[in-house]
Design a protein around this ligand. Sequence first.
Ligand code: FAD
Length: 403
Amino acid sequence: MSVASRDVAGRRRPPGLDVAVVGGGMVGAATALALARAGFATALLEARAPQPWCAQDEVDLRVVGLAPSSIELLDELGIWASVRDARAGPYAHMHVWDAASGAAIDFAAASMGQQVLGYIVENKLLQWRLWQALEAAGVRCRCPADVRGFEAREDRIQLELADGETLAASVLVAADGAGSPLRQLAGITTGGRDYAQRAVVAHLQTARAHESTAWQRFLPSGPLALLPLADGRSSLVWSLPEAEAQRVLALDDRAFLDEVGVASDFRLGRIVASTSRAAFPLKLQLASRYQGERLVLLGDAAHAVHPLAGQGVNLGLRDVVELRDTLLGARVAGCDLGAAHVLRRYARRRRSADTLDALGFDALARIYAWQSPALVAARGLGMGLLGRLAPLKRRIAEHAAGR
Ligand SMILES: Cc1cc2nc3c(=O)[nH]c(=O)nc-3n(C[C@H](O)[C@H](O)[C@H](O)COP(=O)(O)OP(=O)(O)OC[C@H]3O[C@@H](n4cnc5c(N)ncnc54)[C@H](O)[C@@H]3O)c2cc1C
């Protein structure tokens, strides 16, 4: 059995790294950067090299709506200005309406004393800016890296890579996405449900301006969102049952533009042009626990949610802040960073917060799938009431903002 070394103050000093982060997507890269900036010896291991972002390239088909809490973290990490100035679409309003009942609800940044509710940003841009900052922050990056296994010991966790190398750290962070191989190796199960839906995405040129507004129409088949891009176009996220999504993907361009026009109720007028389309499967997935021996789950490895609330990566970035603060607290207290009681604090807090959000988004997806006339009428009444209850509406907007 190995014994941890101690520093001059008698505190445990980990052999090797403080933290090894596996998975360098938006959430894993932000984790590595945040921890390195907080002074932890950090390594990031990623299987696939991130794609460089270039202003001349077409806007990446995958975009996310970043909430103010995420922007605050990115600002603290010193990369927000370079993301915003490169290509980010601010939105100051959100208009949500129900196709069946006609009820609608509006959110405005001004009513919260803010200039914007958030920004629409390309995944590729955000990931690339995070990666560009890693080296200067002292993160040791291994890419491509293939983690084959790990073993928790008394004072460290030992990672084995496919090339035969080993790496030791106090804590292993699994940020390796919804399919998380590390979560599976740790024997952590997941619960949730497959929505049997796909989100069809494309960038659209519309006859009318998007007015810096995120538009979302709830249809019986699933929600359709038009998110304002920096270049004046709108990004379509159209959730459809599997077979419908396949049919929509196979339409010729003219038919596709017409169908999106009808489905969006021509809110932005005629759809004039579209990029190519892609589709992503949708599921609700929550890890049964966020903690293993010297291991924590974070980002989609811990929780995958329906995109109707546009919160997946925002929840992941809230995980990052909680983990960083937990490890900082442990360091001040002179604790082993990987001690079970330290990681439990992170795991408990984030799992309960994520569970509430994930179940809330799932409830919305179920409520908007109601088709019986009585339930549709009740839904419309509820939406109308919510629109008039300013304090409740404000609380919802603050929650979405991460406040
Ligand atoms: C259509 C759609 C719209 C969405 N819209 C929004 C939105 O508006 N707002 C929002 O907040 N969220 C949104 N989301 C959710 C968001 O995209 C995800 O939550 C986010 O991408 C998850 O990031 P991640 O870093 O946790 O995981 P991932 O992006 O999946 O990254 C995981 C990384 O781990 C790496 N990896 C995997 N296995 C290994 C291994 N063994 N070794 C090393 N590396 C490994 C992978 O290569 C990958 O780079 C949307 C999702 C969809 C599908």
